[in-house]
Design a protein around this ligand. Structure first.
Ligand SMILES: N[C@@H](CCSC[C@H]1O[C@@H](n2cnc3c(=O)[nH]cnc32)[C@H](O)[C@@H]1O)C(=O)O
Ligand SMILES: [Zn+2]
Length: 435
């Protein structure tokens, strides 16, 4: 019997096979694992801490497998443009003004938003990574973080320094925050990092067992030049560079053809589908059901808050299911269960991080969703609700690594009011500097 326990009692538990069963969940807070799942555990023992889940669903904490958390500062700053113009005309000039303190503030705002909506785990590509690490450590979340590298438009020395920084932070912070932080080397995309440096970065990362995360096949404008220049598909190029290994994960994968889908399945690299970002930037519709059919691990991501415009993964879940059907011209494509799996287990597998399943021995990363709101009545099928009707604001408790991050909608690890206020103030200053 574990010595330091948390009991999540009275709820219905979403099991890995998508069954929903009435059960309590007993967690060992010290080693952050689930030790028992069963009915009426509450009557058997006194836990050190108890969370009431009655009327609710206890599910794996959601995994936001691709974001740029600090981009919350640029939420609503530039809308209604395609990716390339949006990045070059608005986002990159504003990001050039970001200080380390800004990144800390924006990241903390992102973490507050994620914890509120039941996300326990995320992947973050940004810069000033030590600030991201400190924020994640404080917030109690789990993350795979990295420094995004762009080499185009930079001289050789600056380009090399950017690659070096990505490798250095990946090495330094792997295992930080009691192991809740892992890292990746993160070349921004196949078109914004030059080939020789891309090859070098990937080889060095893999030599140290560090995965690689990049944006790939997001827009047609990005795919076409690669095909024109190299006479090969972008993922054939990615494969040649070596960045489709099992632990690697790609954001977007919108414009992938059959040969690329097969390649992903064969190499076991994961795809992070970001439906809201893809819709907002009119990037296209990813062939999610085809990817799933081929056996590719598919996760979900919000992308940054400037192209979403929030970090609520329940929105993504619904968007993924809806857009998957539209894209496949088939209402049975990306059913509720598949969408929920992508948002949980798919994310954990894509990021090679613990969590994603409520079972004995698994990491105690949990979200407890209230089912008493009017938009959730009646509840014929809880899995259907999780995919199509639940909102992030229905989340009542969030637990990561056995620690309660949010109890009864109150965040315990960060001072929410202060975080929001600081981010507001810094965002206003940032935008003033950028203009
Ligand atoms: N060190 C790099 C920063 C790269 S961080 C990752 C970058 O991805 C950008 N980003 C956000 N969303 C997307 C997207 O959907 N596609 C491509 N890039 C994006 C984001 O604004 C950020 O600049 C530099 O010197 O510019
Ligand atoms: Zn992105």
């Amino acid at each position: 019997m574990a010595s330091d326990t948390l009991l999540v009692s009275g709820g219905r538990v979403l099991r890995p096979d998508s069954d929903v069963v009435e059960a309590d969940v007993l967690v060992d807070r010290e080693d952050g694992r689930i030790v028992e799942i069963g009915p009426d555990l509450a009557t058997d023992r006194d836990a050190d801490e108890t969370l009431d889940a009655s009327g609710g669903i206890v599910m794996p904490g959601l995994v936001n497998a691709h974001t740029h958390a600090a981009m919350t500062l640029l939420r609503g700053y530039a809308d209604d443009k395609p990716l390339d113009a949006w990045l070059r005309e608005d986002i990159w000039p504003a990001e050039a003004e970001l200080t380390a303190e800004d990144v800390r503030a924006g990241t903390e705002l992102g973490l507050v938003e994620m914890i509120r909506s039941g996300t326990t785990t995320f992947a973050d590509m940004y810069f000033h990574v030590p600030e991201v690490v400190a924020a994640v450590d404080e917030a109690g979340m789990r993350a795979r973080v990295g420094h995004g590298v762009v080499t185009v438009g930079k001289d050789e020395e600056a380009a090399r320094a950017d690659v070096r920084e990505s490798l250095d932070v990946a090495r330094e912070y792997d295992g930080a925050a009691d192991g809740r932080i892992r890292t990746a080397v993160m070349p921004h995309s196949l078109t914004t990092v030059d080939e020789p440096l891309l090859r070098e970065a990937v080889a060095e990362a893999h030599a140290d067992g560090i995965p690689v995360h990049t944006h790939a096949n997001e827009t047609r404008d990005e795919v076409e030049p690669i095909v024109a220049e190299r006479s090969e598909r972008p993922l054939a190029y990615a494969d040649d560079v070596g960045l489709l290994s099992e632990a690697d994960f790609l954001a977007h994968g919108v414009h992938v053809d059959e040969t690329e889908i097969d390649l992903l399945a064969e190499r076991e690299a994961a795809v992070v589908h970001c439906p809201a970002s893809n819709m907002k930037l009119a990037s296209g519709i990813a062939p999610v059901q085809d990817l799933l059919d081929a056996g590719v691990t598919v996760a979900l991501g919000t992308d940054g808050a400037a192209s979403n415009n929030d970090l609520d993964l329940f929105d993504e879940l619904r968007d993924a299911a809806m857009l998957g059907k539209l894209g496949a011209d088939d209402a049975s494509a990306v059913p509720a269960e598949a969408a929920v799996t992508m948002a949980t287990r798919g994310g954990a597998e894509a990021l090679s991080l613990p969590g994603g399943r409520v079972e004995v021995g698994a990491a105690a990363d949990l979200a407890v969703v209230d089912f008493d709101a009017p938009h959730l009545a009646p509840a014929h099928d809880p899995v259907s609700h999780l995919a199509y009707a639940v909102r992030g604001s229905d989340v009542r408790h969030t637990i990561c690594d056995g620690q309660v991050l949010m109890r009864d909608r109150e965040i315990l690890t960060l001072d929410e009011d202060e975080v929001v206020e600081t981010a507001r103030r810094r965002a206003v200053d940032l935008v003033a500097r950028a203009e």
